[in-house]
Each structure stands twice: as C-alpha cells, then as structure tokens.
Design a protein around this ligand. Structure first.
Ligand SMILES: NC(=O)c1ccc[n+]([C@@H]2O[C@H](COP(=O)([O-])OP(=O)(O)OC[C@H]3O[C@@H](n4cnc5c(N)ncnc54)[C@H](OP(=O)(O)O)[C@@H]3O)[C@@H](O)[C@H]2O)c1
Length: 303
C-alpha cells in the first residue's frame, strides 16, 4: 500500500521538534523516529518520571539521541506559558507537534476551570501554538501540526455551553474537541498564509491505534490490544503525525491520515474531513472564543 510511513522520514539533523504527550502512545512513536533521524526532540509532558522513562527508551534505541524534557501541563495555562518560554530559548524550533490529548474522562476541569477535553485537547494547544509562533517564524519552513481524529466527524461546538455547565457527554465532548482541532489548524493556516508568515499549519489523525487513550473507557479498554493487532500499534499510529511534521510534499492547511479501512489503518496520505471542519464562520468564531478564554492572542488578522 502506498503512503507515508516512518521509513519515509529522512535525516532531520539540525532540526528541533516539540512533541507534546511524547511519553507514551503516538507522541512517543513520533519522538522515537525523529530522534533516530538526528533531530533534537523536546518531550512536552506533564509527568517528569514518565518523560525520563521515555527518554531512556529513546536513548536505548538511539544512543546519543538528542532529547530533553519540557515540563508541560496543557490543563494549566500558566504551565503552557512557562513551557513556551523554555522552548523559545532553544536556538530554533522547526515543528510544534500538538499531539497530547485526553479522551472520555469523567466531567473534570482544567486549572482555569475549562471542561477538561476542550481545555487539554484544544485550548492548551491553541495557547501553546500562539505563544510559540514568533519562535517558529524565525525558521523557514517551520510547521505547526494539530492532531485530530476520525471522531471530529461527530463533533459539534457547543457554543452556549463550552464549559459543560448544563450537560456533559464524555464521548460527544471528545468529538467536539477534535472538531475544534480541525477548525484550529484550518483557521491558523489561512491566517498565516494571509500574513505572509513562513510557518504552515497542518492537521493529522492516527486512525485507530493501540495506546493509553482508552484509559477512561471503562470495560471498552479490553479492545485496545485488538486495535494493535487489527489496526495500528502506537508506532504505526504516528505515521500521519510524522508525515504532517516532515514530508516536503504536504500542503499548507492539509490534513493527513491512514488510507486503509475507512481511514482507520495503514500508511498515511491526504485524509477526508467534513464540511464543518472547513467552515470559515465556525473557525473564525472558535478562534475569537479561544483568544477570549485563554487570554492569549496569536496576533494574526482574519484571512
Ligand atoms: N489512539 C487512537 O486511536 C487515536 C485516535 C484518534 C486520535 N487520537 C489522538 O492522538 C493523540 C495522542 O493520543 P494517544 O492515542 O497517543 O493517547 P495516549 O497514549 O493516552 O497519550 C496521550 C498523551 O497525552 C498526554 N496528556 C494528557 N493530558 C495531558 C495534559 N494535561 N498535559 C500534557 N499532556 C497530557 C499524556 O500524558 P500522561 O501519560 O501523563 O497522561 C500522554 O502523553 C491525542 O490527541 C488523541 O486524541 C488517538
């Protein structure tokens, strides 16, 4: 089957990648490959011990790998600000790979009081991206990657109840946050193009991959090993993220994902997205709401 895999990731020496949620799952899968190709990789993680374990694993596979821990809790905007400051002190950042995410938690809130899935999956990455844009802009060809999901197809932004104060369906809110991811990179790339910036924004989704994402899925967790057998393991699930991060043939504002079994499995290429995911009015409205909620403005005029 044609399509992008880890084998298509060329030498990345001299480049620096920030990978959020890199201690496990798809983020770790991507970080391993990038480090093996000579890149410097900052593992943006909320748990130092888990990040150190992941870095030892990477160094075990790639002796001398250039990896570093970047403390980052996407559920706390103060942590996001600090992480952005630390990352911006690097000589260069080529790619911000927004990968970290949470699925189906019981109703819970970020430090600033936002519903957790919207906060961690969208508002945190929106803020981190905004804060790192000036740094990314210093490097020609730099990219922001946003990780969505097939679940965006069922997404709907609850404009009147973004904080789930009136109702909370954990599955619906996950889909909503993944639609927000689609609208984020869609709008971001349009604004970047209009501003003439050197940065591009690209989306991806991993299909279905055996990771720790099902940790809140109760009895359905038993299906995780089956995903690995029948669909993708975590390393295969990283192929679309890797393509979005490094493939020179990707299009600005493009969306990449697995090509087999309705987008659930296999090598990566251009993926299908819904009309809602390309709705300019919704994307602009979400942008404004995200600026208001986070208090962080990427400073890009509407396209
Ligand atoms: N696996 C799939 O089938 C699938 C399908 C569609 C989309 N996705 C998307 O792929 C991305 C990666 O998921 P995965 O499958 O690799 O899941 P995973 O194995 O559960 O990994 C999620 C990562 O996100 C991190 N994370 C969670 N909350 C965080 C926070 N508040 N601050 C910083 N990091 C946080 C986790 O850190 P801890 O280990 O500390 O919790 C972990 O490193 C997510 O955006 C997910 O929505 C996955």
């Amino acid at each position: 089957m044609k399509g992008f895999t880890d084998k298509d990731v060329t030498d990345q020496s001299g480049k620096c990648f920030v990978v959020t949620g890199a201690n496990t799952g798809i983020g770790l899968g991507a970080a391993k490959v990038l480090a093996a190709r000579g890149a410097r990789v900052l593992l943006g993680c909320r748990d130092k011990a888990k990040a150190e374990e992941a870095m030892s694993l990477i160094r075990g596979q790639t002796p001398g790998a250039d990896v570093a821990y970047l403390p980052l809790d996407l559920a706390d905007l103060a942590s996001v600000r600090t992480a952005a400051e630390i990352a911006a002190a690097e000589p260069r950042i080529d790619v911000l790979l927004n990968n970290a995410g949470v699925m189906f938690p019981p109703l819970s809130r970020t430090k600033q009081g936002f519903e957790l899935q919207f906060g961690v999956n969208h508002l945190g990455p929106f803020a981190l991206t905004a804060l790192l844009l000036p740094k990314l802009g210093e490097t020609a060809g730099s990219r922001v990657v946003v990780t969505s999901s097939l679940a965006h197809q069922r997404g709907n932004i609850e404009w009147d109840d973004l904080n789930a104060e009136r109702s909370y369906s954990r599955a619906q809110r996950y889909s909503d946050s993944k639609l927000a991811n689609m609208l984020h990179f869609f709008e971001l790339d349009r604004r970047l193009r209009a501003s003439g910036a050197a940065v591009t924004a690209i989306g991806c989704h991993p299909g279905v991959a055996a990771t720790e994402l099902m940790r809140y899925a109760g009895p359905f967790r038993v299906f995780t090993p089956l995903f690995g057998l029948l669909l993708n393991n975590a390393d295969q699930g990283a192929w679309p993220a890797l393509q979005a991060a490094v493939d020179p043939s990707t299009e600005p504002g493009g969306y990449y994902g697995p090509q087999s079994m309705g987008g659930m499995k296999g090598p990566s290429a251009q993926a299908v997205r819904t009309q809602a995911a390309q709705d300019r009015e919704m994307a602009g409205r979400l942008w404004d709401v995200s600026v208001e909620m986070t208090g962080i403005d990427p400073g890009l005029a509407p396209a």
